[in-house]
Design a protein around this ligand. Structure first.
Ligand SMILES: NC(=O)c1ccc[n+]([C@@H]2O[C@H](COP(=O)([O-])OP(=O)(O)OC[C@H]3O[C@@H](n4cnc5c(N)ncnc54)[C@H](O)[C@@H]3O)[C@@H](O)[C@H]2O)c1
Length: 381
């Protein structure tokens, strides 16, 4: 049966523009889906760079203004891969234009913006998803299955870290291409929205709603030259953030993120301790899930290192033969596959904008708590 085309309009050609384009190129080669992705147009402000990107990945055309892209009748789905301060404006316009939206995380600069985005996509009735891609790393998806099967029993602790070290030099400027993450106007926040957002999304998915928290943030380098103004300006993002909290299921949350952990590039780890079993995962060894089951016979009891590459592991039956690992980029392929499955089945691809609001309100609560030095209740979405 011939597949329906799903015409993609990509906005942004940076790190995520590449990761998502790769997913659109690969997805139909591995997953049997009712739609076939078509790389219809790539949009960037600089025509030469947009053309270079389009040629590299196989986009049929370019646009230099995202508004023009949204006006095009031949675009079905818009992919928002630009800095966080543009997510809301583009998503509202895309929803009004009736386009499906795949938006990068965090959903928005703050919950107020996020609410407008949820309202817009729900009013327009357009399919939507947010790229919290770590859910779709097979070992993380396996963790979800083990928890949902009740193997861990009552959960007591959820611990997560996301550590980097790339902003330690005071000479590093803030703002503009590549460095917008250090500029609160473009990023909304620092490590909380950039890194902890992933840890929070995974945690909510695996362990349910969080009810309250207390956070501490720090900005180690107080001033940096701003690339857009040329002036030395105050740095207002959080360079590091640590928080503790409570989940509704009674378990305790302990989260930490920083860009000042010398020696760590992208060390995302989590560990969950339950009454009967524990699991832990490490992005640097992403195809393995560590599992300890107290019910094992004591002689052989210990941490199992599960190589998540068997045909019956999540997503793995679609790839190579058992024993062969896949990588970081595949999580994006899985999200596109699930998004397309959702179009056929009517079951939306999680996290939708509404689902991603759960993370967004926690991000606001983190900054509120750090500022007020108070314990904060997390509002319901
Ligand atoms: N899911 C993940 O793991 C993950 C990883 C990295 C980044 N992200 C998110 O993806 C988004 C993009 O991050 P990135 O790392 O790709 O950034 P990047 O700096 O590599 O790329 C940003 C792109 O946006 C373009 N851009 C900026 N303003 C624009 C405009 N007005 N019109 C069109 N294009 C414009 C830039 O030219 C560039 O191509 C951010 O929201 C970020 O938080 C998610």
């Amino acid at each position: 049966m011939s597949k329906k085309p799903l015409n993609i309009g990509m906005i942004g050609y940076g790190f995520m523009g590449r990761a998502h384009s790769n997913a659109y190129v690969q997805v139909n080669n591995f997953f049997d889906l009712k739609y076939r992705t078509v790389l219809k147009a790539a949009c960037a402000r600089n025509a030469e760079k947009a053309k270079e990107f389009a040629d590299q990945w196989g986009y049929e055309s370019i646009e230099t203004d995202w508004r023009k892209l949204l006006e095009r009748k031949d675009i079905d789905a818009v992919d928002i891969c630009v800095p966080n301060n543009l997510h809301c404006e583009i998503a509202l316009a895309a929803a009004a234009a009736g386009k499906m939206i795949l938006c990068e995380k965090p959903l928005a600069l703050n919950a107020a913006e996020g609410r407008k985005m949820v309202e817009a996509v729900e009013k327009a009735g357009v399919a939507n998803t947010v790229w919290y891609n770590y859910r779709r790393i097979p070992a993380v998806t396996l963790a979800k299955q083990l928890i949902d099967e009740g193997r861990l029993g009552k959960i007591f602790h959820y611990r997560a870290k996301f550590l980097q070290d790339w902003t330690i030099s005071p000479e590093l400027p803030q703002g503009g291409n590549g460095l917008w993450r250090l500029d609160a106007a473009a990023a909304g926040s620092g490590v909380s929205g950039d890194l902890l957002a992933h840890c929070i999304d995974t945690a909510l998915w695996l362990n349910g709603r969080m009810s309250s928290l207390s956070a501490l943030t720090e900005t180690f380098i107080k001033e940096r030259k701003h690339n857009l103004t040329g002036k030395v300006q105050e740095v207002t993002i959080d360079d590091a953030c640590t928080f503790m909290g409570k989940f509704e299921n009674g378990s305790l949350a302990n989260f930490e993120s920083t860009r000042y952990a010398r020696g760590h590039k992208a060390l995302y780890t989590f560990e969950i301790n339950g009454e009967k079993a524990s699991i832990s995962w490490d992005l640097h060894d992403l195809h393995r899930l560590q599992y300890f089951d107290h019910r094992d016979e004591s002689k052989i009891r210990g941490w199992h290192s599960i190589h998540v590459t068997d045909g019956d592991h999540p997503y793995m039956g679609k790839w190579w033969v058992p024993g062969l690992a896949i990588g970081y980029e595949s999580s994006f392929v899985h999200q596109v596959a699930d998004f397309i499955e959702g179009l056929s089945s009517g079951k939306p691809c999680s996290p939708t904008f509404r689902d991603a609001m759960e993370t967004q309100v926690i991000l606001d609560a983190i900054l509120d708590s750090a500022k007020s030095q108070q314990w904060v209740n997390i509002p319901k979405v």
